[in-house]
Structures are given as structure tokens and as C-alpha cells.
Write a new protein. Structure first.
Length: 144
């Protein structure tokens, strides 16, 4: 069985988060959905557990990051094309996201991102496999 990833994110308002990510294009697993959280399906192996803050707090003794002041992580997902990057960011902005910066075109890699309703940072990238080795050694490649 392939390794799967379940990213856990605190959210202030579960319903608003579900509405937002539905507009971005994601679906949810009803088997893992209740008043405390939901399982957002990114792919067959990538899931994001959107958990209301009090429930999320039960998993850690640390404070929940105030995303208006600090970043806890940048979640980076790949897209099939440059157009796919732009389309996903466009959908997120139409659903209420903000963009922390402009698109970044490094030739072999194209990226853009958005900040969701709870301030979590999402970066979407397209990497041209044929250009990676020509323009930059893999050891020097960076996603941010």
C-alpha cells in the first residue's frame, strides 16, 4: 500500500472552509465528516483534515498559530500545467482567497499560490520534467 498523507489544519468555521474548498474543486469524504472536522480529498494519497480549532487543539499542547502573524507551513501541490496552476489560484481567489505574491516563472518551474480563509498558505507548482536537468541541477532546485 502506498504511503498516504493526512495533513491536519485548524479552521475557524468548518462550513465556510468546506464551501471555500468545494469552490476550489475539492471533494470530501462523508465517512470522516462531523461537526468537528472533515476529510478533504486532494488525490488518492493526499488528504487534508480540516478540524475546528477546539478539536484540533486536543491533538497538541502547542498554541495554534495566528496565521495573520506567522506561517506554520506552506502546503505545496503540483498541477499538470502552467494553466492548471493559474486556474486553481483563480478558483481560490474567486472563492475568497488572497494571493501572497505574484506568479513565479523560473523556466523549469512555474508557481503561484494563495492564502485560504484561515490564512493557510498553499503553493501550486508545475515543473517541466524536460527542463529541470537542462536549466538547474536537481540538488539546487527549490519549491519556494
Amino acid at each position: 500500500m502506498a504511503t498516504k498523507i493526512f495533513v491536519n489544519l485548524p479552521v475557524k468555521n468548518l462550513q465556510k472552509s468546506v464551501e471555500f474548498f468545494t469552490q476550489v474543486g475539492y471533494t470530501f469524504n462523508p465517512q470522516f465528516t462531523d461537526q468537528n472536522g472533515t476529510c478533504m480529498i486532494i488525490s488518492d494519497d493526499i488528504y487534508v483534515m480540516l478540524l475546528v480549532e477546539p478539536f484540533f487543539q486536543g491533538f497538541t499542547k502547542k498554541e495554534i498559530v495566528d496565521t495573520s502573524k506567522a506561517a506554520e507551513a506552506i502546503l505545496c501541490l503540483s498541477a499538470e500545467s502552467r494553466e492548471g496552476v493559474d486556474e486553481l489560484v483563480r478558483k481560490a481567489v474567486a472563492a475568497g482567497a488572497t494571493t501572497p505574491g505574484e506568479a513565479d516563472d523560473q523556466g523549469f518551474m512555474y508557481s503561484h499560490g494563495y492564502q485560504d480563509l484561515d490564512g493557510h498558505l498553499w503553493e501550486i507548482i508545475y515543473m517541466d520534467p524536460s527542463a529541470i536537468n537542462k536549466e538547474q541541477p536537481a540538488a539546487e532546485a527549490s519549491v519556494s
